[in-house]
Design a protein around this ligand. Structure first.
Ligand code: IPM
Ligand code: MG
Length: 364
């Protein structure tokens, strides 16, 4: 009997719906090839949900996610909602989803794609062969720490407050994910903190050091976040797996993504302990090109591959998609964001169709 999965689709805003359509069509091809029976259910999040219901993450949407085997998210946000206060913006929907599903581990791979190496702004010899996985803690740290808010003091002067806080158990669970991930890759883990200044980082560093005893096969190092940022652009090949807290991970994963020069190609996974994960491209909703059929759908497609690999334990199906993506790039097909001379420029739909054709041609 065919394996059955219920997938919640969150197309969100901007280019989200266009790229999601492509990913779903690719998954339908995968389903046929691998005898997998996908049921897709769609729910509003972000700006689309604000327009529809007044909230960036309606309770029904969260419930639908909970009642599925995996969640595929496109992107949220746009100029239209920029004037709203932080807790009512589309971004609040994303943070609510992470917290609501307890997705504490965010995996953000940044791997140079050989066909696109010249898209990097760094020299070829610096980035050739870069293959980094950033493991970012996603439901703690300064993003969620309390107290938080803007408070008026007795003198009437306002103070803005956020709190960077990590408990031992929060550090331990992300550390285990990172050590395990490093073990499956190059067996090198670099933990990034600011232990020369922050108490929270001192606890972070001591827990990571303690847990490293359980992973003698993984080589552990520590860097302060400022140095890590510098090393990422100076000599990125020294890194294999990086583990860090929520805020540092937000910043460093963008820097790591840009090493590849093609943020339109990068997927990510957010995982919890229940096995349910959310899979989404690293790039945003690109409202400037929304609805123009110019978006690159490949990060969304590769997010679907990550969903198969990390969320549904279907590594062969993930390989099949990833190989198809390499093949279309090898054939010289490009969307605008990764275009270079001599290549063929395609729109979002045409890129999706070319990929589907390539996938259908693969002999199993
Ligand atoms: C990311 C984004 C989000 C974050 C924003 C949109 C809330 O930058 O996923 O990295 O800061 O986590
Ligand atoms: Mg970010």
């Amino acid at each position: 009997m065919a394996q059955q999965y219920r997938i919640t689709l969150l197309p969100g805003d901007g280019i989200g719906p266009e790229i999601m359509n492509v990913a779903v069509d690719v998954l339908k091809v995968v389903g046929k090839k691998f005898d997998i029976d996908f049921t897709f259910q769609e729910a509003p999040v972000g700006g689309a949900a604000i327009d529809l219901t007044g909230e960036p993450l309606p309770a029904d949407s969260l419930e639908m996610c909970r009642n599925s085997d995996a969640v595929l998210l496109a992107a949220i946000g746009g100029y239209k909602w920029d004037h709203l206060p932080p807790n009512q913006r589309p971004e609040a929907g994303l943070l609510g989803l992470r917290a609501g599903l307890e997705l504490f581990a965010n995996l953000r791979p940044a791997k140079i794609i050989p066909q696109l190496i010249d898209a990097s702004t760094l020299k070829r010899e610096v980035v050739e062969g870069v293959d980094i996985l950033v493991v970012r803690e996603l439901t703690g740290g300064i993003y969620f720490g309390k107290p938080r808010g803007i408070f008026a003091s007795e003198t009437g002067e306002k103070r803005g407050v956020n709190t960077m806080v990590y408990s031992e158990s929060e550090i331990d669970r992300i550390a285990h994910v990172a050590f395990e991930a490093a073990r499956k890759r190059g067996s090198k883990l670099c933990s990034v903190d600011k232990a020369n200044v922050l108490d929270v980082s001192q606890l972070w560093r001591s827990r990571i050091t303690e847990l490293a005893k359980e992973y003698p096969d993984v080589e552990l190092s520590h860097l302060y976040v400022d140095n890590a940022a510098m090393q990422l652009v100076r000599a990125p090949k020294q890194f294999d797996t990086i583990v860090t807290g929520n805020l540092f991970g937000d910043i460093l994963s963008d820097a790591a993504a840009m090493l590849t020069g093609s943020i339109g190609m990068l997927p990510s996974a957010s995982l919890g302990s229940s096995g349910l994960g959310v899979f989404e491209p690293v790039h945003g909703s690109a409202p400037d090109i929304a609805g123009e059929d110019k978006a690159n759908p490949l990060a969304q497609v590769l997010s679907a591959a990550m969903m198969l690999r990390y969320g549904l334990n279907q590594p062969a199906a993930a390989d099949y998609i990833e190989n198809g993506v390499s093949q279309v790039l090898q054939n010289g097909l490009r969307t605008g964001d990764i275009m270079s001379s001599g290549m063929s420029l395609l729109g979002c739909r045409a890129m999706g169709d070319a990929l589907i054709k390539t996938l259908e041609e693969v002999k199993q």
